[in-house]
Design a protein around this ligand. Structure first.
Ligand SMILES: [Zn+2]
Length: 202
């Protein structure tokens, strides 16, 4: 009887819930910040504030908004709930990607969510760009949008600044994703499974 029960436990993959993932990532973030603080105080490393800021932003976004478990977005998962009323936008992603398949791979998996996010952003930008750009506020010769676009252009035209931003975004996002995969027990060389796996709550 006892042996039978053990056998059943072996076949059930024990993976952390969304809240446990959030806790693991948050504690890891505190740990990373502590290590950096120590290394900075000892003059071993010195990163630019831009890199630290973008790292933190990307890490938090990767943890709470772009988690690999969005492949279950047709159900009610934590990272979908964090999108509030816009959570439904991730349902097609959840329908296309099988749970713990391609979405849970180390390099391509995180890219699928960024690509999907770009697609989501591209639709309103495409339809609204002309009306927004042509909107003129009374007494203002150049709109807020122009200023925003100009500052973005400045970031990308300055190679050093773009490097600092890119470094922070890349490491912040990927580390948040890899912590999730490690907690799920996904090995870096695991073969992706795109289709054909039954959905199960994480
Ligand atoms: Zn997962």
């Amino acid at each position: 009887m006892f042996r039978l029960r053990l056998d059943v436990w072996h076949r059930i993959p024990i993976v952390p819930s969304g809240r446990v993932h959030n806790l693991i990532n948050s504690l890891s973030y505190i740990g990373i910040a502590g290590c950096y603080g120590y290394a900075h105080a000892a003059n071993w490393v010195r990163l630019e504030p831009t890199t630290l800021l973008t790292f933190s932003g990307a890490f938090l976004a990767g943890t709470f908004m772009l988690s690999p478990d969005l492949d279950l977005a047709e159900q009610n998962v934590d990272s979908k709930r964090n999108w509030g009323i816009l959570g439904f936008l991730w349902i097609p992603y959840g329908m296309v990607f099988s749970h713990r398949g391609l979405s849970h791979t180390w390099i391509v998996g995180p890219l699928t969510r960024v690509a999907y996010l770009c697609l989501l952003l591209a639709i309103p930008i495409f339809f609204l760009r002309q009306p927004v750009l042509e909107t003129k506020l009374p007494g203002v010769t150049r709109g807020v949008v122009y200023d925003l676009l100009e500052s973005l252009q400045n970031v990308f035209s300055s190679g050093i600044l773009a490097g600092q931003v890119g470094l922070g975004l890349l490491f912040g996002y990927y580390i948040s994703q890899w912590l999730h995969l490690m907690a799920d027990g996904v090995a870096p060389d695991m073969q992706p499974r795109f289709f054909g796996k039954r959905k199960r709550r994480r």
